[in-house]
Design a protein around this ligand. Structure first.
Ligand SMILES: [Ca+2]
Ligand SMILES: [Ca+2]
Length: 532
């Protein structure tokens, strides 16, 4: 307890200012949001034109514009069973299912009419919001649409260039995921890299009502954007390739969540990807470790996380480049803020599929795709040493191994695979046993039946990450108000019981100037994180 308090006081200024920015948003339990998202997704599905999987699809000939070949099946069967192959309808639509019912020309003429109402028929980024809605797209597609129509170069988009761009897009891209990739990706690319999200997210920062308080703190824009990009890739890029495909977008909830942004004014209710509170927690955790504030942390810095709960051996593995993109970590022995986002979510939510993969990569030291006994023993050794130092008698490795094999029930004897760990739904307990002593001892003290119950109760429950972020946020804000009370005098207003609404910040005269100028001071020294 003592240690935590001192570490939190290390940089009270930034902590205080960040908290100040974040306050004023009503705290909402993630479970409530989950329910909301679910009902929203259901209405989205209901609103979409019916696409029954059983309904025979129109023959390809109806869509001469499609550049994609037919499914390979007819070619394979050509010789052996030609008549049958003719009857197989096309079923592979990488650009989405073409929708014969929608009248593109009607939409395009509506867009042209809308441009007539705009001065000089030139739409700026704000007018583009209306155009996006006319196109049947979520509001926050406006920045990518604006860019795709060449608006970045001239500062506006003409009816002609927009209609030409949109007509071409409609011809080749039939569902939201395919259209979205086409709008954001670099020319002739069919997947999205991290930087492709920047214009969209900058527009969210600039125009979302839940982030207006960030207007006076441009230094924080890139931190927030970096965080959101990492969270998007963490969740959506299931292949770890660094490139998000339309299939990955379709399988994720990203587009639904993005659409939800225009309905929900409180960004903190959108706990997936966008929550400012989640950003705040991640950034504060990093700030605590990054003592010289150059936005990189060393192996020694990272090992201080959560009172040295993680073993040195696992931290060494993280720094060996097992789970990080690019060569910064390996070459210079330092971890960037972006990499820290992955670490933190993985550490605090070991049930998440990406987290299971993250730790598997760390523990699989020889990279053969299985965790062998010698790898388990290597990590358990350090746990034993630590327990002995604390006066706890550790379980002999052999007994522990029996326990773990019983927990994971690997398909093949003595070899634990990624699939085994995902299937057993106990990966969090397995991993903590090998490299997080604090959490291992916690699990040990819990009733094993309670653990089982946890697993059975899965469903609308918030994830371990959502729970962690919510608890940490409350702690951080409570500490910040205690700090504010301590620093009375020039900060009198901070003592009010009610959290200050971010919208009020702009009207606070001198005090807001203190906050933003001191914030700028802190940030001026830091380099932009999104340059990596
Ligand atoms: Ca540093
Ligand atoms: Ca191995």
């Amino acid at each position: 307890m003592m240690i935590k308090e001192t570490s939190l006081r290390r940089d009270p200024d930034l902590r205080g200012e960040l908290a100040f920015l974040a306050r004023g948003c009503d705290f909402v339990l993630p479970s409530r949001f989950k329910k909301r998202l679910k009902s929203f997704q259901q209405t989205q599905i209901q609103n979409k034109p019916e696409k029954k999987p059983g309904t025979p699809l129109p023959p390809t000939a109806t869509f001469p514009s499609s550049p994609r070949p037919l499914s390979p099946v007819p070619h394979v069967n050509n010789v052996v069973n030609a008549p049958l192959s003719i009857n197989i309808p096309r079923f592979y639509f990488p650009e989405g299912l073409p929708d014969a019912c929608s009248n593109h020309e009607q939409t395009l003429s509506k867009i042209e009419t809308a441009f007539m109402d705009i001065e000089d028929q030139k739409a700026d980024i704000y007018e583009m919001g209306k155009i996006a809605k006319l196109c049947g797209c979520p509001l926050y597609w406006k920045a990518p649409m604006f860019r795709a129509a060449g608006g970045e170069r001239t500062g506006f988009v003409s009816a002609q260039s927009f209609v030409a761009m949109w007509r071409k897009l409609l011809n080749y891209h039939h569902d939201d995921a395919s259209k979205f990739i086409c709008l954001l990706a670099k020319p002739s690319c069919n997947s999205l890299e991290q930087e492709d999200f920047i214009p969209l997210l900058q527009d969210v920062v600039d125009t979302h009502p839940g982030l207006t308080f960030l207007k006076d703190a441009p230094e924080f824009h890139s931190r927030y954007i970096t965080t959101v990009i990492q969270r998007i890739f963490y969740t959506v890029n299931r292949s770890w390739s660094g490139k998000i495909t339309s299939t990955e977008i379709r399988k994720s909830n990203f587009l639904q969540t993005l659409a939800l942004l225009e309905e929900e004014e409180d960004i903190n209710q959108i706990t997936d990807y966008f929550s400012y509170e989640h950003f705040y927690v991640i950034y504060c955790k990093f700030w605590e470790l990054d003592s010289d504030h150059d936005l990189y942390i060393s192996q020694a810095d990272l090992s201080r996380y959560n009172d040295q709960a993680s073993s040195n051996r696992i931290i060494e593995r993280i720094f060996s480049g097992a789970v990080t993109r690019g060569k910064t970590v390996q070459k210079e022995g330092r971890m960037s803020y972006a990499d820290f986002v992955w670490f933190l979510i993985s550490e605090e939510d070991k049930r998440n599929p990406t987290s299971i993969e993250y730790w598997f990569r760390c523990m699989d030291m020889d990279g053969d795709g299985v965790l062998s006994m010698y790898e388990l023993e290597y990590f358990y050794e350090e746990q034993c040493e630590r327990m002995e130092a604390m006066g706890i008698e550790p379980l002999p490795f052999h007994d522990l191994l029996c326990q773990m094999l019983d927990l994971v029930k690997p398909a093949s004897d003595g070899k634990i695979t990624l699939r085994d760990l995902k299937r057993c739904r106990m990966a969090h307990i397995f991993y903590d046993t090998f490299f997080n002593l604090e959490k291992y001892l916690d699990h040990e003290q819990r009733d094993p039946f309670a653990v089982q119950k946890d697993v059975e109760n899965e469903g609308p429950e918030p994830s371990d990450w959502d729970r962690f972020a919510a608890e940490e946020y409350e702690t951080l804000v409570a500490e910040e108000s205690a700090q504010a009370q301590f620093q009375e005098g020039s900060f009198e207003d901070y003592e009010t019981e009610e959290p200050v609404s971010p919208s009020e910040i702009g009207n606070k005269g001198n005090k807001s100037q203190i906050v933003t100028s001191s914030l700028s001071e802190k940030c001026g020294k830091l380099q932009s994180v999104d340059e990596e």
